[in-house]
Design a binder for this molecule. Structure first.
Ligand SMILES: Nc1nc2c(ncn2[C@@H]2O[C@H](COP(=O)(O)OP(=O)(O)OP(=O)(O)O)[C@@H](O)[C@H]2O)c(=O)[nH]1
Ligand SMILES: [Mg+2]
Length: 394
């Protein structure tokens, strides 16, 4: 029988990471991507013992990497009794089959890792159902004999699949399961919609941003309530809503799931209703982690994802967080053109025209400015809903 459940192994599994380096990718960017993949693996419970990279513009349709590199990986996996090989891009069903047959160990791709972390983190019925749906959708085209056989033998991170003889039956079971989960989600969404309709019309603000940038920390700061904030990827999977009143102006603040590059499409698809919170917001606080040397690329990923989910036209306040840990030297490397920007220059370049605030949520730097910029926006929207509003207690 097919069983999908989050897996948090008690003993660390050993993993090898494999990434292709595409044209136009500088070494700096490649390193960041590999660090992120390592972090995803670590969060899932795997210990990355080696990284293989190859410069190649298109993945090999059989084995992802070219045949020479493939042999190197095979030797290493055999010699070191590696449990899992993790690929930085999504693999086709055929690639998974070939790699499993050849390397004789568990094969995971980036999407599977992210799906696994989401399923470890989901708490509400809605989030759980959404992740499960995304997992089954991802699994369906990949239900193959070898894959399911090996995953069953090996267990561990990822998903356990059906036995060999049950393959066809299991395809049908997966399809049935998918339609069942969709129905369940529809029902939950209907309930949520009624709840939202019953709420008074209020200005709505959503915290969005890359994973681990400090959204929950800011939520906690602004609402003075306890919200889980942790130094791990996707600490928040369920969205939380708090009502806040500033100077007599009430609004709802939502903390949402973080984005990441190459977020699995099945996941975006099934998280649509959670992302409704973002789509239905009046103002977005786009949080950016300035201590991450790759923050500009992360910012672009978030902007792109916002467009993808139909929230590209929202009023956005850019919140540059972690100024306490900003280190311009990190940007300074032989592969990057141009010189590193001081925090002052950086501020100048962003404060021109767009709405931006530079803060530290943990060191409580500039929080009053964030509050006041946010309050201005909340007021505007509030008066557009209630033109004759008189704030009480202001
Ligand atoms: N140095 C520094 N660290 C911060 C700051 N704000 C948040 N952090 C840390 O960054 C880590 C992630 O914070 P979270 O608030 O959980 O981030 P998030 O965006 O909600 O993350 P996900 O829910 O995983 O997407 C935590 O370890 C925080 O303590 C800051 O201003 N400066
Ligand atoms: Mg969070």
């Amino acid at each position: 029988m097919i069983e999908i459940k989050p897996h948090q192994p008690t003993k660390k599994e050993s993993a090898v990471l494999v990434a292709l380096i595409y044209r136009n990718q500088g070494d700096h960017e490649v390193n960041e991507h590999i660090e992120e993949l390592k972090e995803l693996a670590r969060t899932s419970g795997a210990d990355s013992v080696k990284v293989f990279t190859q410069k190649q513009n298109v993945p090999d349709h059989r084995t992802y990497v070219g045949s020479g590199k493939y042999q190197d990986i095979k030797e290493f996996v055999e010699e070191n009794k590696i449990d899992t090989v993790i690929f930085n891009d999504d693999l086709s069903p055929a690639q998974v089959r070939n790699l499993e047959q050849g390397l004789k160990c568990k094969i995971l791709d980036r999407s599977l890792l992210i799906l696994n972390i989401f399923s470890m983190r989901a708490k509400t019925a809605q989030a759980k159902t959404q992740v499960e749906l995304a997992q089954y959708e991802y699994l369906l085209p990949r239900l193959t004999r070898m894959w399911t056989h090996l995953s069953k033998q090996k267990g561990g991170i990822g998903m356990r699949g059906p036995g060999e003889t049950e393959l066809e039956t299991d395809r049908r079971i997966v399809r049935d399961k998918i339609s069942l989960l969709k129905k369940k989600l529809e029902k939950i969404e209907k309930q949520n919609l009624t709840q939202r309709k019953n709420r008074d019309r209020m200005v709505r603000v959503a915290l969005v941003g890359y994973t681990n940038v400090g959204k929950s920390t800011i939520m906690r700061l602004l609402s003075k309530e306890k919200v889980l904030a942790e130094n791990k990827l996707f600490a928040t999977v369920d969205s939380t809503v708090r009502k806040i009143v500033y100077e007599g102006f009430p609004f709802l603040l939502t903390d949402t799931v973080g984005f990441i590059r190459k977020l699995p499409t099945t996941l975006i698809e099934s998280f649509k209703s959670t992302l409704n919170e973002v789509r239905e917001s009046d103002v977005l606080l786009h949080v950016i982690d300035l201590s991450n040397p790759n923050y500009e690329e992360q910012m672009e990923t978030v902007d792109k994802t916002l467009v993808e989910i139909g929230a590209g036209d929202k009023k956005v306040i850019r919140v540059f967080n972690k100024v306490d840990a900003y280190n311009p030297d990190l940007e300074d490397n032989p592969f990057d053109e141009g010189s590193p920007m001081s925090l002052g220059d950086l501020k100048k370049s962003y404060l021109n025209g767009s709405m931006a605030v530079f803060i530290s949520a943990t060191q409580k730097i500039n929080i009053e400015e964030l509050r006041s910029v946010l309050l201005d926006e909340v007021k505007d929207f509030h008066y557009s809903i209630f033109p004759n509003y008189l704030p009480s207690g202001a």
